[in-house]
Each structure stands twice: as structure tokens, then as C-alpha cells.
Design a protein around this ligand. Structure first.
Ligand SMILES: NC(=O)c1ccc[n+]([C@@H]2O[C@H](COP(=O)([O-])OP(=O)(O)OC[C@H]3O[C@@H](n4cnc5c(N)ncnc54)[C@H](O)[C@@H]3O)[C@@H](O)[C@H]2O)c1
Length: 265
């Protein structure tokens, strides 16, 4: 039987935050690897280029096509250059995975307002900056797909006001952008990861907390970056051709679980 073509064959994708902050595989890294496995050429964007280099090594070891690009997505010149690099190196732009996100933070009564601004700028404003340069390029080739990484924290309090505010804004931005650019053939969706175990949270976890997190989901299991990456892959692909403006929770049902409902499991 003939081999099935990859779900992103011939496509060019940008993943922002394509490295991981620590050992292991984070959401951006997993997404980039999965995109490449499905045939996309991937521009691996990270402020810390050595982190993107690690992802490049993983992709090249599997025979995939990718290249790295150093950019701070809070800087508009960097975002513009990032999009131009994708087109110059790989020929076009079809998919943008806006994965960069930072921060937790104290209540509004205590938060330093510079820190508040840094979280909003990194998590929300950056997505405006990357998208406003990516969208015209996608229009040139008939459309594309943008995936914005929100969080379960965008629809529920987790004790991190700045982060929750930013991740809720990502959902609003996604809906607004989907409405504005649908007729140009651009689908824009959100992935809202739940309590996945990644380098981003590994330092805050011990075995008890990880078990508590498992227990707070319907499935009673822990998620990984690959679960988030697979959701982004689906939304990037033609399998999702009629899906836009949506929030896909990847959280083992946590967002629709009553608190403590499954604690005894
Ligand atoms: N891990 C979780 O439990 C979890 C849960 C919900 C949502 N998320 C979301 O997933 C996304 C990140 O996942 P990850 O696992 O890839 O995180 P990560 O922190 O491991 O990796 C993100 C990469 O982004 C880079 N980066 C940070 N700021 C940047 C900037 N201004 N410009 C360019 N690059 C920058 C970092 O250098 C890092 O390599 C975030 O949006 C986060 O809010 C994570």
C-alpha cells in the first residue's frame, strides 16, 4: 500500500517558543516535532537560540526539515523578520503556532505593574505582532491556520491574576481574529492546555502534587506536551478545515469537572 502523505505535506509552519526552558519536551518543542513529522517545513523561533537548536536536532534526527530563528516575539521588528525568514527560507507560510507564554504571579493587590505589563505583552500583544505580519503572507497563498496557545487558566482561577487575564485575552483575540480573517481563508483557533507535565511546571512539582493534578481530571491521568502538540497539529491540518474561532481544551476533562469530584479515584 502506498504511504499516506503527511497531514502538513508541503506546508510551512512557524512555531514560537519552539525550544523548552528545561530538560524534556515542552509544548512548543513537541508541536514543532509533530508538524515536521507530518511533512511541514518548520521555522523554530525562540528568544534563546540554543533552545531552538535542541528542537532542530530532534527534527533532523528524524529526517524532518526545519531551521532556527532567534526572535523576541514582544518586538515587532523581530516578528516581521521571523515571517520574512520563513518565506525566504521555505517559500511560503501556512501555519503559525503562537506558543510563547510566561508567568504566574500574585493577586492584583500585590502584583508589580511592570510585571503585569510584561505578562500581558509576552502572552497577548506578541500574538498580535506575529499575526499581523503572518496573515498577509498567508493570504498570498490562499489562506492558513493560526493556533494560539491559551490555558485552562484562561477560563478558571488558579491564583495567578496576570496569567489568567492574559490567557482569557488570548481566547478573545482568537475569536476576534477568526471573525476578521475567515473570509480570507484563515482559520484561527485556541488550544487551552490543562495540567500537562512540561519543563515549564516541572520545578514546581513533587510526586504528591502530580498525583493531585491527575486526580482533578476525569481521566485521572497526566497530560504531556505531545497531547498539546497533537491538538495543534489537528487544528493546523486540513482535518480542521471547517473549524475556526474555537477553544480546544486539552485537559482530560478538567475544565468541565466539578472541583474534588474525582479526588477519591
Ligand atoms: N506547561 C503547562 O502546564 C501549560 C499549561 C497551560 C498552558 N501552557 C502554555 O504553553 C505555552 C508554553 O509551553 P512550553 O511548554 O513550550 O513552554 P517553555 O517555557 O518550556 O518554552 C517556551 C519557549 O519560549 C521561549 N520564549 C519565552 N519568551 C519568549 C519571547 N519573548 N520570544 C521568543 N521566545 C520566547 C523560551 O525561551 C522557551 O524556550 C505557554 O503559552 C504556556 O502558557 C502551558
Amino acid at each position: 500500500m502506498a504511504e499516506r502523505p503527511g497531514r502538513l505535506e508541503g506546508k510551512v509552519a512557524i512555531v514560537t517558543g519552539a525550544g523548552s526552558r528545561g530538560p524534556g519536551v515542552g509544548n512548543g518543542k513537541a508541536t514543532a516535532v509533530l508538524f515536521a513529522r507530518e511533512g511541514a517545513s518548520v521555522l523554530l523561533v525562540d528568544a534563546q537560540i540554543e533552545r531552538a537548536d535542541e528542537t532542530l536536532a530532534m527534527i533532523e534526527a528524524e529526517g524532518g526539515v526545519a531551521s532556527t530563528f532567534q526572535a523576541d516575539v514582544t518586538n515587532e521588528d523581530d516578528c516581521k523578520a521571523m515571517v520574512e525568514a520563513a518565506v525566504e527560507r521555505h517559500g511560503r507560510l501556512d501555519v503559525l503556532d503562537n506558543n510563547v507564554g510566561i508567568g504566574l504571579g500574585p493577586p492584583v493587590t500585590e502584583i508589580d505593574m511592570d510585571e503585569w505589563d510584561r505578562v500581558q505583552n509576552t502572552n497577548v500583544r506578541s500574538m498580535v505582532l506575529t499575526s499581523r505580519h503572518a496573515i498577509p503572507r498567508m493570504i498570498q497563498t490562499g489562506g492558513g491556520s493560526i493556533i494560539n496557545i491559551s490555558s485552562g487558566a484562561g477560563i478558571a482561577a488558579i491564583g495567578a491574576a496576570a496569567y489568567t487575564t492574559s490567557k482569557a485575552a488570548v481566547i478573545g483575540l482568537t475569536i476576534a481574529m477568526a471573525g476578521d480573517h475567515g473570509r480570507q481563508g484563515i482559520r484561527i483557533n485556541c488550544v487551552a492546555p490543562g495540567l500537562v507535565f512540561t519543563p515549564m511546571v516541572a520545578d514546581m512539582m513533587d510526586a504528591d502534587l502530580r498525583q493531585h493534578r491527575r486526580n482533578s481530571t476525569m481521566l485521572g491521568t497526566e497530560g504531556t506536551a505531545w497531547d498539546v502538540g497533537n491538538a495543534a497539529l489537528f487544528l493546523a491540518s486540513e482535518d480542521a478545515r471547517w473549524i475556526t474561532g474555537q477553544v480546544l481544551s486539552v485537559d482530560a476533562g478538567m475544565s468541565v469537572t466539578s472541583r474534588h469530584a474525582y479526588q477519591e479515584w
